[in-house]
Design a protein around this ligand. Sequence first.
Ligand code: FMN
Length: 198
Amino acid sequence: MKKILVLFSHPKFEKSRTNTALVNHIKGMEGVTFHDLYERYPNFHIDVEAEKELLEAHDIIIWHHPFYWYSCPPLMKQWIDLVLEFGWAYGPNGNALQSKTCLNVITTGGAREVYCSEGTNSFTVNQFLRPFEQTANLCGMQYLPPFAVMGTHKLTDEQLATYVMQYGKLIHLLQQNLTLNDFKGCFFLNDIPQLQTP
Ligand SMILES: Cc1cc2nc3c(=O)[nH]c(=O)nc-3n(C[C@H](O)[C@H](O)[C@H](O)COP(=O)(O)O)c2cc1C
């Protein structure tokens, strides 16, 4: 079974509805290491060596965060800036992350339809996530489409429960070797057929 590291970043987790539900579901799953960055590093002093060891011990890295100003909260960016070192994650001999898999799991206030060229946000979520995609590429990782919980402010309890169930199922699929063919042409991992049945 593949080992999954969930790097979770939420500055206001105590006030969260959506991420609390998602996290509570996947936190204790077998083969999943849940790592809450704001809990571990409230002062932003990241233990780079400890983070590298964690990365080395896992096959799949999930950047799980609410979408803040079309990106991630600041501690996640700090984590990327400090941990993905030249000569380790990329550059000459920088091959520590080669062949691992990486993806974003995000929650957005904006609904799916506002993330397109005609919508109020002008661009797709995937376009906004390009820096993450290219970061993963540069580090030799396989970057998957995002799993996105969108329109959080208007989600009913039932809709949220469906997303929660899908996130758990996705973790199982990733552990069992989801292949490139499973998400070919997919904008969101939410859309893969395996997640459409209860
Ligand atoms: C500082 C800040 C910035 C935000 N920026 C965005 C954004 O760029 N796009 C968007 O769709 N939602 C944005 N939101 C809404 C959050 O993504 C949304 O409230 C969150 O994902 C809901 O999850 P939660 O209940 O776990 O907090 C923002 C919220 C805050 C507080």
